[in-house]
Ligand binder design. Structure first.
Ligand SMILES: NC(=O)c1ccc[n+]([C@@H]2O[C@H](COP(=O)([O-])OP(=O)(O)OC[C@H]3O[C@@H](n4cnc5c(N)ncnc54)[C@H](O)[C@@H]3O)[C@@H](O)[C@H]2O)c1
Length: 249
């Protein structure tokens, strides 16, 4: 098996579950040393332990990505142990009303603290991770940042969620790609449609008539992190089974 990430360091946020966890597993299988950042301490300890048991290198880093000092602590740890953050993938996030357990998910009735949660986790955290990591990436002339958006950022699904995800995968991604490019540092967005990290995503309509398996999105993320994608930067990569085609009808 070709190991595309041998010797590289990677921070994966949202790594205690879903696509972040699967990405952490796959990066470790392909030789990366993975720092798993998530607020879920129990999940992280269990999953990092599994990866290590299977011969990979993974460290659980309990992090609330709403807190800059915790973000900086993870980044500083990786830089002091590995010299650089070679790969940074921002998976932590989700549709705030669901993540905060609301049943009424209308924007008009959304509590301000729930809107703030979404802005902080989906948008501000990736910006702050980049702020903490990019200077060393530039010095090392090596690094790739992947921002996980959503097809909702394209279609306007969910007012605050759409705004956060499009701001993330367009404005922030392009700006980081711009300041990274002179140093060979890349930044890309990935915007999935429905993904079966939850069974109810199967109900969401796509042109292909199904939701994605998590591995389909993870494979795209891994490709963008790899040297095969060395000429790709500043772009957002939609992987939605054609959901956008339906919203334009
Ligand atoms: N599943 C989908 O259908 C889908 C579709 C489009 C986009 N996305 C995006 O993909 C990403 C991952 O989705 P998933 O379904 O794999 O998610 P998931 O819900 O399984 O994982 C999200 C992770 O983020 C962590 N998290 C939440 N708040 C945090 C905080 N303050 N600090 C640190 N970690 C925190 C959670 O503990 C969890 O492990 C999200 O950004 C989501 O918006 C998902």
């Amino acid at each position: 098996m070709i190991k595309r990430f041998e010797g590289r360091s990677a921070i994966v946020t949202g790594a205690a579950s879903g696509m972040g966890l699967l990405t952490a597993k796959k990066l470790a299988e392909e030789g990366a040393c993975v720092y798993m950042a998530d607020i879920n301490a129990e999940g992280l300890a269990k999953e990092a332990g599994e990866i290590t048991k299977n011969g990979g290198i993974a460290f659980p880093c309990v992090t609330d990505v709403r807190e800059y000092d915790q973000i900086q602590a993870v980044v500083n740890r990786v830089i002091s142990e590995k010299g650089n953050v070679d790969i940074l993938i921002n998976f932590a996030g989700g549709f705030a009303p669901r993540m905060c357990g609301l049943t009424d998910r209308s924007f008009e009735h959304e509590p301000i603290d729930v809107i703030d949660w979404g802005i902080q986790v989906n948008f501000r955290a990736p910006m702050l991770f980049a702020r903490a990591a990019i200077e060393q990436m530039q010095k090392c002339r090596r690094g790739v940042i992947i921002n996980i958006g959503s097809v909702d950022g394209e279609t306007g699904g969910g007012v605050d969620y759409a705004a956060e995800k499009s701001g993330l995968t367009y404005g922030l991604t392009k700006a980081l790609a711009r300041i990274g490019a002179p140093y060979g540092v890349r930044c890309c967005g990935v915007s999935p449609g429905p993904v079966l990290t939850r069974a109810n995503m199967a109900q969401m309509k796509t042109a292909l008539g199904r939701a994605a398996e998590p591995i389909e999105v993870v494979n795209l993320v891994l490709y963008l992190c790899s040297d095969e994608a060395a000429f790709i930067t500043g772009s957002n990569h939609i992987i939605d089974g054609g959901r956008i085609l339906l919203s334009n009808q």
